[in-house]
Design a protein around this ligand. Structure first.
Ligand SMILES: Cc1ncc(COP(=O)(O)O)c(C=O)c1O
Length: 388
């Protein structure tokens, strides 16, 4: 039997955007190494330079005071900056405090398991049951450490849009932290592009990291912005292809795909998508009555993410059922074997009974009404089977 498959896993990765698709199909693809001195190499270099300019422009950043470099994605970015801060602190004989939350993406949480040296300590940022950052308590905890050690350097991780729940934690709330000297805010901006209205306004942070495959560009490439006056020690050294920022042959096609996909995103009507999402949330709340629920944060939510659960069905079992019925969604939290494990997010929210049952659907950047109706039909089908 042929089942129509609807892809609702955009937070895991997104299909290629329209412009990226058209460009790849056109076959007009550069291949030469941008570091080569011949004409074809220069064409590749020109292409990267054009894309860099476009990316600066889209995010209202200037080359005068802001560095931009390309890497393999946000995971590499978190490791790069943690390493860089640890090294800068070691060289200047200072201590480093890395702040994170247990409900951050594993790419950030896993930093805690690394040993950067005895001069590097970690501080867990507190969030309440609604996943709202407890900024007052966190500020006092950091301030206390800084008062005890005025030389302390602080790397503060902030998750802008939560990958599991879609909860938005606005960066403007971080204003008070900027009054603490030597505190640098690294914003995990991975899930923001195209899913919140002002995703291109990078304010109230210092470092911003993105993964291209989350917004319609190619996989294995991403980029970060950071202030020019920040001491930086590259994680990956070698031929110096991106100066002292990162070595390794640059991904010319990956970088081109970033600028093309970002231009597509600029045309997305995010507030309209938020309405479509809200409509789906209301529908699901109704359908899940008595057998599960939808998790809604207290603040703003991304335009595409809905987090829900069944009371008695672990997510790995539910996922198989969704897949059979053509809905491609994700478990809230899964280990690499695919078996469900308790979600840190659900545990933090006090929902330990259903901590293994979290499910996430993440919609495309834009949807037609007809698409949403087909999604709902599939849900009705799955839920009526479960009820019977
Ligand atoms: C919020 C968030 N941060 C970081 C990452 C890591 O991105 P990548 O796997 O592209 O390195 C992801 C990927 O799922 C994410 O959703």
């Amino acid at each position: 039997m042929n089942v129509e498959r609807l892809y609702l896993d955009y937070n895991a990765t997104s299909p290629l955007s329209r412009s990226v698709n058209n460009w790849l199909r056109s076959g007009d693809l550069l291949f030469a190494n941008p570091s080569s001195q011949h004409s074809l190499g220069k064409e590749s270099r020109k292409s990267i330079n054009e894309d860099r300019n476009a990316i600066y422009k889209i995010f209202h950043k200037s080359e005068k005071d802001t560095q931009l470099f390309f890497h393999s994605g946000a995971t590499e970015a978190f490791h790069t900056f943690s390493d860089s801060f640890a090294e800068a602190s070691r060289l200047s004989g200072k201590e480093l405090l890395i702040c994170y939350s247990k409900t951050d993406h594993p790419a950030v949480v896993s930093l805690v398991d690394k040993f950067y040296g005895p001069h590097v300590k970690f501080l867990e940022l507190k969030r309440d049951k609604n996943l709202t950052y407890l900024h007052g308590i966190n500020y006092e905890a950091i301030k206390d450490k800084k008062d005890n050690n005025p030389d302390l350097v602080i790397l503060y991780h902030h998750l802008w849009v939560h990958n599991e729940t879609g909860q938005v934690s606005e960066t403007k709330e971080l204003d008070q932290f900027k009054s603490i000297p030597d505190l640098y805010i690294h914003v995990d901006a991975v899930q923001a592009p195209g899913k919140i209205p002002h995703w291109f306004n990078l304010q109230d942070g210092h470092i911003w990291s993105f993964s291209a495959h989350k917004f319609g560009a190619l996989k294995g490439v991403g980029f970060s912005f950071f202030p020019k006056d920040l001491p930086f020690h590259p994680l990956i050294t070698g031929g110096g292809q991106q100066g002292n920022l990162r070595s390794g042959t640059e991904n010319v096609l990956g970088v081109r795909s970033i600028s093309l996909a970002l231009y597509d995103l600029m045309k997305v009507d995010v507030p309209l998508m938020m309405k479509s999402r809200q409509n789906l949330v209301e529908f699901l709340k109704n359908e899940l009555q008595g057998i599960g629920g939808v998790i809604e944060g207290t603040g703003p939510m991304a335009s595409n993410t809905v987090y829900f659960y069944f009371n008695h069905i672990p997510s790995d079992v539910a996922l198989a059922l969704f897949d059979l019925n053509g809905l491609q969604i994700s478990a809230g939290s899964a280990c690499s074997s695919g078996a469900s494990k308790p979600s840190m997010v659900l545990l933090q929210m006090g929902l330990s009974d259903v901590a293994k049952n979290g499910l996430r659907l993440s919609l495309p950047f834009e949807v037609e009404d007809d698409f949403m109706e087909r999604v709902k039909d599939k849900f009705r089908n799955i839920i009526s089977r479960l009820r019977s």
